[in-house]
Design a protein around this ligand. Structure first.
Ligand code: PTJ
Length: 246
């Protein structure tokens, strides 16, 4: 579908179209349509803009990625559909592997996602094959499988659009979890080390700039950012903003 740029909701419609295409290509689950709609609702209520609480969380997430020994980005069907090419560029530029790890699991979709990300240009994509042999203790669903060179080894796991129980399980394993979730009340938002309450594609635009700026700073400077961060305060500010706007 052609969406004219003059349409007042062109950006939002384009995102919908990408998610629909993702489902048609078999990389996004049908449940991904519902998850996207939920995200849209929160974005609408938050004014479809990046707030200061999200900027603070983004800066801290940047510091966490830059100081990590083994960072990894966990990819699901919605994230790939909305940001495939951008993620590939980001992953290559910062040498952070992508790992496909999906909730509504089928082997076919997993393979399609891996090859889609490679087609987008990503050099290091994990997630299918024999390397996926480590198990997250205490998780029953398909997301419990981790790749040895990815999430299993990682000290910082970036999991945009996550489901809460894996986030909690990863935290229990001593990993730092960064997430993006427009719903500040979700379990993921509450469990994560750093929650960016903002829309996924806006976050990645800002993250690229933030990485370029902060990678020149000293480890001491970056650690100070991490130490001064309080996720509970960030979520409180997000929730207050949401309530005020409603
Ligand atoms: O590909 P799979 O099988 O791994 O499935 C992926 C989804 C996203 C369908 C799955 O993880 C899921 O069901 O997620 P939830 O539990 O619906 O959570 C998704 C969260 O992301 C919700 O809190 C939404 O508000 C939020 N969200 C959705 N779209 C966006 C978003 N947050 C930021 N930006 C978005 N574009």
């Amino acid at each position: 579908m052609k969406i004219p740029s003059s349409h007042p909701r062109a950006r939002s419609l384009r995102h919908r179209e990408k998610i629909v295409q993702g489902v048609e290509q078999g990389i996004t689950s049908t449940a991904g349509l519902i998850a996207h709609g939920r995200g849209e609702t929160f974005d609408y209520l938050l004014g479809e803009k990046t707030h200061s609480f999200a900027r603070k969380a983004l800066q801290t997430a940047t510091a966490a990625l830059l100081t990590a020994r083994h960072p990894v980005i966990s990819i699901n069907g919605n994230v790939a559909a909305l940001l495939g090419k951008e993620l590939a560029l980001f992953s290559n530029r910062w040498n952070i592997p992508l790992e496909v790890n999906i909730f509504h699991h089928t082997k076919t979709r997993e393979k399609r996602l891996v090859s889609y990300l490679k087609k987008c240009g990503a050099k290091k994509v994990l997630g299918s094959g024999s390397g996926r042999s480590k198990i997250i203790p205490s998780l029953a669903h398909a997301r419990r499988k981790m790749h040895l060179d990815g999430i299993a080894k990682a000290d910082v796991v970036f999991v945009p659009l996550e489901d809460g129980d894996r986030c909690q399980a990863l935290m229990k394993m001593g990993k730092k979890v960064i997430t993006i979730d427009l719903n500040p009340l979700s379990r993921t938002a509450r469990y994560a080390t750093i929650t960016i309450v903002d829309e996924l594609t806006r976050v990645f635009l800002n993250l690229e700039k933030s990485m370029e700026t902060l990678h020149r700073k000293s480890p001491r400077f970056l650690k100070a950012i991490l130490q001064s961060y309080n996720n509970r305060n960030i979520l409180r500010l997000a929730e207050q903003t949401l309530r005020r706007r409603i």
